[in-house]
Design a protein around this ligand. Structure first.
Ligand code: PAF
Length: 284
């Protein structure tokens, strides 16, 4: 595995691979890799001649009071994992290399970027899409792999691809969970032992609402309330939102239908966690 810090060296390599007819799979990450990231890389490895993984903690997508400074950065450990997964190129630019002082543009995510996560984290998706578009230009992927856990991010990246006719297929990969249901996240390391003990209620609540959908409940607000009530019992957990929405407009449907998303954001102490389920898809 070769490590690239200079964006233009990565781009030259990617263009050379493309010219040689080799398809590239890109897995964009912020590092602190876990089994969820590994599942994306494993799939990319299976489906592409070349695999590029980026590790870049993107300052543009963090609000001023968020955890940019303390976000975990175990680079050597991450690089070891990616070598074992037979990644071809690890892209690890500095902030100045990806977004130098001369950088002026930004991707406006449009109205979908202001809802849900975007409402709670103003500017977040502008930062995400700006970084993702630049990564696409540098790594020249045929396919890019995103986790279903960050569902709104996934849907907005898809929208970006459609809007700008980007020649990249956005591949959605299932959320990987701990045995007790907690979705893997680089932020789980912030949880105290007690918070960790209560965290599985997030997925349990979403699953309970999803089970109600499967047994006939179609009122989206009642499904949201059911999940909210289930989480209310967990000490120290504050629900930010529970939202049922369609995949295209991110709007609450008049009647919930299979394929709609039920998503939540909660705070356990100062740690913000998100999760979601797809209605009608069982418990994934
Ligand atoms: O999901 C993430 O890790 C980030 O939002 C991403 C896609 C790497 C963009 O910075």
């Amino acid at each position: 595995m070769r490590i690239y810090e200079d964006p233009y060296l990565l781009q030259q390599q990617a263009l050379a691979w493309r010219q040689a007819g080799e398809e590239i799979g890109l897995v964009p990450t912020m590092g602190a890799l876990h089994a969820g990231h590994e599942s994306l890389v494993t799939r990319a490895r299976r489906e592409n001649a070349r695999v590029v993984v980026s590790i870049f903690v993107n300052p543009l997508q963090f609000g001023p009071d968020e955890d940019f400074a303390r976000y975990p950065r175990p680079f050597d450990q991450d690089a070891g994992r990616l070598t074992a997964l037979q990644v071809d190129a690890l892209f690890h630019p500095s902030v100045d290399q990806l977004f130098p002082r001369s950088f002026k543009s930004a991707v406006d995510p449009g109205p979908l970027g202001d809802r849900l996560e975007g409402q709670a984290r103003p500017g977040h998706f502008r930062g995400v899409l700006t970084a993702v578009l630049k990564l696409f230009e540098l790594a020249q992927p045929k396919r890019a792999y995103f986790g279903q856990k960050d569902i709104q991010q996934l849907l907005l990246v898809r929208q970006l691809g459609r809007d700008f006719a980007l020649p990249v297929h956005v591949v959605a990969c299932p959320t990987v969970r701990e045995p007790d249901g907690l979705a893997l996240s680089s932020r789980n390391v912030y949880l105290t032992a007690e918070q960790r003990q209560h965290a599985p209620v997030i997925f349990a609540a979403l699953r309970a609402a999803e089970a109600a959908f499967r047994t006939g409940e179609r009122d989206a607000e009642r499904l949201e309330q059911l999940a909210r009530d289930r989480m209310a019992a967990a000490p120290g957990l504050a629900v930010e939102y529970v939202a049922c929405f369609d995949e295209i407009g991110l709007q609450r449907p008049a009647r919930a239908a299979a394929g709609n998303i039920l998503a939540t954001a909660v705070k356990l102490g100062s740690t913000r966690l998100i999760d979601n389920v797809v209605l009608g898809a069982g418990s994934d």
